[in-house]
Design a protein around this ligand. Structure first.
Ligand code: NAD
Length: 269
């Protein structure tokens, strides 16, 4: 990764910590990174463990950086960003806040600010994140590439074409860890109801989920339906279970859930 760009994080919470750790782990120079936060505890931990610069002054972090990662809670973004002054007009602002559109961000970021939206998800904390990236037309390819590299330090990225696509990213990847946890939870409960102990039930479900996800990643040449067919012998146990899920309209259940997530994202923006 190009190690010369300076990156600041406004807000040193969970997501910033994950990305900063990922960057330093991948060899990014800690002295090219700064984090700003009102309280000292999180900053001291980042400074001591990772060797980055820290400050309580957001403007100092803006002045330090080529790329500013806006990483505070969405409802605080307005008050946090309202007073920023931009000395370097090429500064790139990357908002990871869910639900704040570029139009909304423009209302409180400095005039003519260059803005990219990123939607990461929680597995970023263990380096297995999935982030969608949306860049406005004034953003250069090398700036987009830089944001990709930053987010690839905690997982995979897709660059989407329209801002609406970010809502699909939210439905398919931002919120979906919760769908998978829910599936694991109901399967664990069903196994317990069949007489399995709780720990074994969790191990069975967890390992099957992890193995299936790895299998998907390792065999990109196979359609998902082909992978499913490989586990499904005609008239066998899997066929019966899948038939039951399809009779219960699993397609519609998930389509409706994802549409609900998109509708909520639109309401929030
Ligand atoms: P967090 O609460 O852990 O971190 C936010 C940090 O901002 C806190 O450390 C807080 O002290 C700090 N802060 C508050 N006021 C500030 C100010 N005036 N100046 C500077 N810092 C200030 O939240 P998080 O989970 O890291 O989420 C950060 C952003 O990332 C949110 O906008 C959230 O929507 C987005 N996001 C998070 C996830 C996730 O999985 N955690 C996923 C997608 C998007």
């Amino acid at each position: 990764m190009n190690n010369t760009q300076k990156i600041s994080f406004i807000g040193a919470g969970n997501m910033s910590k994950a990305i900063i750790s990922g960057l330093v782990d991948k060899g990014y120079l800690p002295t090219n990174i700064m984090a700003s936060n009102p309280s000292a505890g999180k900053l001291d931990a980042l400074k001591d463990t990772l060797g980055i610069h820290t400050t309580h002054n957001n403007q100092e972090a803006i002045d330090f950086a080529d790329v500013v990662m806006l990483s505070v809670k969405p409802h605080l973004m307005h008050s946090v960003c309202a007073g920023f002054t931009l000395h370097n007009l090429d500064t790139l602002f990357v908002s990871i806040a869910a639900g704040l559109t570029v139009k909304r961000l423009r209302e409180f970021l400095p005039e003519n600010a260059h803005i990219v939206r990123v939607m990461p998800n929680t597995p970023s904390a263990i380096g297995l994140g999935m982030s969608g990236i949306y860049a406005t037309s004034d953003i250069t390819d090398s700036q987009v590439h830089l944001v990709e590299q930053i987010m690839q330090s905690v997982g995979k990225t897709v660059v989407v074409k329209t801002e609406d696509d970010i809502n699909t990213v939210i439905a398919a990847a931002g919120s979906s860890p919760a769908y998978f946890f829910l599936i694991a939870e109901v399967m664990q409960r069903a196994a317990i109801d069949m007489g399995m102990d709780k720990t074994s039930a969790r191990t069975l479900v967890e390992q099957a989920m992890l193995g299936s996800a790895s299998l998907m990643q390792k065999t990109p040449e196979l359609e998902l339906s082909q992978l499913r067919a490989q586990v499904t012998s005609k008239g066998g146990t899997t066929a019966k279970a899948v038939e039951s899920l399809q009779q219960d309209n699993i397609d519609k259940i998930f389509a409706r859930a994802m549409q609900a997530a998109v509708a909520r994202a639109k309401e929030m923006s």
